[in-house]
Design a binder for this molecule. Sequence first.
Ligand code: TXA
Ligand code: MG
Length: 371
Amino acid sequence: MPIPGRSKASRPKSAGRNVKGTLWIKVNPNKPETDLIRIAADVIKKGGLVAFPTETVYGLGADALNPDAVAKIFKAKERPADNPIIVHIADKKDVYRLAHDVQAKAEKLMSEFWPGPLTLTLKRSNIMPDITVAGLDTVAIRMPSNEVALALIRESGKPIAAPSANRAGKPSPTIAEHVIDDLAGRIDVVLDGGPTRVGVESTVIDMATTVPQVLRPGGISFEELKRVLGKVSLHPGATASRGFRVLKARAPGMKHRHYAPEAELIVVEGRLNEVVKRVKELTALSMADGKTVGILATDGSVSNYDADVVKSLGSRSDVGSIAKNLFRMLREFDEENVDVIIAEGISVKGLGLAVMNRLRRASDFNIVRAS
Ligand code: TXA
Ligand code: MG
């Protein structure tokens, strides 16, 4: 009910801060304010762009069924047109509108892991515009668990196509400031719900093959999927520790460089004591070359190092904290103007597989084996 003497039209002006034409709106992450969500939902309905938090990373959203709106995502991000976009929904029923031939296995995953960081690729229905799925015969769908994301999808009444809200090639944003850094002036609204909980993107699993295959490791681990599905495979690109050519890309994102900071990044993998030795050697070499060096360590090893900038991702016994900090710290090193980042590798168990997949790609497979 409108309150007399108070104009509703004045709300957008005070709703947030204007940065180069992008409206930055802070929302309550647990109980998003309906009037604020409505401002963003109206933008989606009109074919505009809204960045919003999910539990993994911030997404850059548009109406998935509006080809002109989706085209704006590609333009704002400078994303290659052959890289399809994940469609976000708030109601499982929508799967049957966007996809067909949904198998029992896929339904099992939906009931086990949704809402949450798992994306299923399914046979697309013909309401999906070509541009959203980059011309593929499948569509990638997920139901996020973040309350702001769910409120935005519900309030707009649209399935929302959303890649990560970074410029193509850069680390994914885990706070709204990163979205502003990359996209201010290129998008209409950022809904700021604070830091994201998981920190790495969703797991992408192809459910359109006989044996489901993980195309991108992420927030739901391979071990968890195996427990539910029994039979599941891992695409070689998911575990790759060197670059390889993707000819016919089933997961087109694989062939583009990703997650990369400006600085050169070297990943040192192996047993921890050997890794520490090698990181120290590489640091000395780079410093002798006159380079500014940043080290990305873990809690148990961080005290061994002396360099221009030294950070710890967190404890190796809490890989969740490592995943949460990874992209933010890669961006921080760039702000601190280091020339080279030397990072410790971690175990590929559980979430560690997603962390190492991102780190290896961010380094463009610049990997040193310590032994
Ligand atoms: O957690 C996430 O997944 C985040 C949040 C915003 O939901 N989104 C995200 O989107 O990471 P993006 O565009 O940065 O990565 C999507 C990945 C890409 O590697 C893309 O190639 C793949 O999913 N993908 C999308 N549709 C696909 C399809 N139909 N078949 C195979 N891979 C697909
Ligand atoms: Mg991305």
